[in-house]
Design a binder for this molecule. Structure first.
Ligand code: UDP
Length: 240
């Protein structure tokens, strides 16, 4: 059944930091439960959802490199961190009755299915929420790049990138009270103004493939409904 929402097929990028409770360092169950609730509502109306999970709450390759590790091995640790987060998200969402499957670009037989375009497309068409972990499976990339590539490959209507603030500002709103929130931006503006909301590899990829990205506040507990069901103009929309 085709529904009349603007975005029917979405990739949502979830940074690892959202999965960590900032007070006690444990898993942020409030966040996971809320995300599950929002996703349940979206799947009920037929929205196809892919979740790309980061690993920044555990390890990032660039941080480990600073400690003297080789970059490739550091990134392997980073990628495995995304697998840990992916499995946590998968398991909790399954427990809360989400029809869900987990795919990885890495060969993790017995833990995750191996990413293959046709298999993932069928899973989405069959109404499964799909979790992607392991990023692209190669070092020197981030899960933002993975989210862009999966969104392009799977022909998502939009890449949703949740952040801790309301969108992209003219300067850092924490330090500059007169910083203004952009409602829309062209990719060329993002590059010319050197606005940093994702690594440039991801921005260039999205630009080249005309993938729209919406940057918004992931801490708003109704944000996905606002974007997809209520069609509210929230966050910053970046388009070609
Ligand atoms: N990573 C990688 N290749 C990829 C995706 C991720 O090497 O295709 C590694 C990289 O070290 C990165 C870490 O995995 O720092 C965790 O991913 P990311 O930093 O994107 O997580 P987030 O900040 O979104 O939580």
């Amino acid at each position: 059944m085709k529904n009349k929402n603007k975005y029917n097929r979405i990739i949502l990028k979830i940074s690892g930091e959202f999965l960590k409770d900032s007070i006690n360092g444990n898993i942020n169950m409030i966040f996971i439960k809320n995300l599950t609730r929002q996703i349940q509502l979206l799947t009920k109306i037929g929205i196809k959802i892919g979740l790309v999970v980061g690993g920044g709450n555990l390890f990032r390759g660039s941080d480990l490199e600073k400690l003297g590790m080789r970059r490739t091995v550091s990134d392997h640790v980073g990628m495995l961190s995304t697998v840990i987060n992916g499995l946590l998200l998968y398991e909790f969402m399954k427990k809360y009755n989400i029809k869900i499957r987990i795919f990885s670009s890495l060969n993790l037989e017995g833990m995750c299915e191996r990413y293959r375009l046709d298999v993932v497309n069928s899973a989405l068409d069959d109404g499964y929420v799909v979790v992607f972990c392991g990023g692209l499976g190669v070092p020197l990339f981030t899960t933002d790049s993975a989210a862009c590539i999966y969104a392009i490959e799977l022909k998502a209507d939009i890449l949703l990138k949740g952040t801790k603030v309301d969108g992209i500002y003219s300067s850092d709103p924490v330090f500059n009270t007169s910083a203004t929130l952009y409602q829309t931006l062209r990719y060329t503006e993002v590059l010319n103004k050197k606005l940093k909301f994702m690594d440039y590899t991801s921005v260039v990829l999205a630009h080249e493939h005309k993938l729209p990205i919406l940057v918004f506040n992931m801490y708003n507990p109704k944000i996905l409904n606002d974007i997809i069901i209520n069609n509210k103009p929230v966050g910053t929309l970046i388009y070609k």
